[in-house]
Write a protein that binds this ligand. Sequence first.
Ligand code: 13P
Length: 282
Amino acid sequence: MLLAMDGLLKQAQLERRAIGSFNVYNGETIRGAVQAAGKTKLPMIISFGAGYLRNMDLEEVVYLVHRLTAGEGQFVLHLDHCRDLEVIRHAIEAGFTSVMYDGSALAYEENVAHTKEVCAMAKAAGVSVEAELGSLALGAHSAEGELGDALAYTDSQRAASFAEETGVTALAVSIGTVHGLYQGTPKIRVDLLQQIRSLVDTPLVLHGGSGTPKEQLKACIQNGITKINVNTEISETVMAKTLEALEDDPHLHFSRLSLLQAEWTAEVIEGYQQFFWDQKTL
Ligand code: 13P
């Protein structure tokens, strides 16, 4: 069953849990995500990045996700990192149940104005909206490479006024994670997260889940993060296993590889999904 994100995140916030949001790019990753949720029996956010529109169009994604999740579990179909209001409109019309408007590279006022526009169109359709304030640095092998290389921590006062002015469902904050794999040891600003949480009641989102040490993820969940995004690690794991499989059998049939890739995707996602859920502190 496809749902908007609001209810799931509010419930997660009450229980001090986080819901996993996993990036998909093709049939294999969508199948893998749905397989993982079938095993864990936990709610899942299936996240399709606007940067992958060359791989699949929005209607294809909606069709496949609907088809594979019909009558099963609790799923949100989310458009990740989109800066184009027309693409957002299209995703809402196509059947996405949640969208992210990423105005993090813009001046505060412009980010607010565009986010409000997105909220007006999305909320009329019962669709959730995530926005971002502050921007993440790029780690190694990031799929979000085109988003720029800034690390601007989120300002807590601004986060409070942004949430109030826009009424977004969820707010992505920058507290030290990076998109991609870390070049060194990550230092997550849990102190900043606590400050933001004390001023903002809107569910908070952590981007850049890949490679973040489990202890730090746990601290983030316990201090108010309710959605965590994972992308790079899915791709890195599946590609490494693909190389191994081809070394073992250079004549591996493409159809077999496709099934294996869905299974490998499911393994990575299942581990993260269960871990996020198990951190409940209340
Ligand atoms: P990673 O690629 O670092 O896991 O980040 C994913 C993400 O934040 C997607 O929006």
